[in-house]
Design a protein around this ligand. Sequence first.
Ligand SMILES: CC(C)(COP(=O)(O)OP(=O)(O)OC[C@H]1O[C@@H](n2cnc3c(N)ncnc32)[C@H](O)[C@@H]1OP(=O)(O)O)[C@@H](O)C(=O)NCCC(=O)NCCS
Length: 203
Amino acid sequence: MSAPPDTVLEVDEAEAEAIRNAVRTADPLTLGYGRMLARPEHAAALAHFFADPRVSGAIYDLPRPFTAEVMNTWILESEALRQEGRRLLILTFDETAQLVGYSCITVWPERSAAELAGAIRADRQNEGQGGAGAIHSFGWVFDTLGVRMMGLTAAVDNVRSARLIDAAGFTRMGERDSVRPDGTVRRSLYWEMMAEDWKARWG
Ligand SMILES: CC(C)(COP(=O)(O)OP(=O)(O)OC[C@H]1O[C@@H](n2cnc3c(N)ncnc32)[C@H](O)[C@@H]1OP(=O)(O)O)[C@@H](O)C(=O)NCCC(=O)NCCS
C-alpha cells in the first residue's frame, strides 16, 4: 500500500485539520476538464481501463484483479478515505464520456504530505500529455490541499515516469520497497519535493 514519505515533518493539529478539510472540499473540476470523483457507477469503466497492462502494469498500489466488483470496493473505500481527508480518487472523462485517465492522491494530513499515482489511456500516452498533466497535478496538490511536501515512487524501469518526475524538479532520494496490496514487493525509485521548492521553481 502507499507508504508515507521518508522525510517526517512536524505538523500541528490545526495544519492537519486544514489539510483534511481541503481534501474533503476539493473540487476535481479545478484540476481540469472532465475530472470527477470516482463513483460506484464508474466501476465497470475503471475495470476496463485498468485491464490494459499499458495503463496499469507499472502501478503497484492498484487493487487487483481488475473486475467491476473490486473497483467498486476501491471506489467506496476511496470515498470513505476522502471523508477522512486521506484520499482523492479522481477520474478524467473526455467529451464523449469515455474514461481516459485517473489520479489517486494519497494524503497524510498528520505528515502534511501527499503522493500521487496516475495513468492515461494508452492511445494518449507518449504525446507529452502525461508530462504536462503531471506537472499541473503536482502544483494543484500543493496549492489546493496545502500539503508541505510530496513523495513519489516509480518502478525502477519506468523511464517515462522517471523523466517527468525529474523534469518537474523532484529530488531523487534513492530507492525503496513498495508493497503491493497482495503483499509482494516492488523495487521503486523514490523522490521528494517540498512545497517551498515547488513554488520557487514553478511559481
Ligand atoms: C506515465 C505517463 C502518465 C506519462 O505520460 P506520457 O504522456 O505517456 O509521457 P510523455 O509523453 O509526457 O513523456 C514523458 C517523458 O518520457 C520520455 N519518454 C517517453 N518514452 C520514452 C522512452 N521509451 N525512453 C525514454 N524516454 C521516453 C518523453 O520524451 C518525456 O520526456 P521529456 O519531457 O524529457 O521529453 C503515461 O505514460 C502513463 O499513463 N503510463 C502508464 C501508467 C504509469 O506508468 N503511471 C505512472 C506510475 S508512477
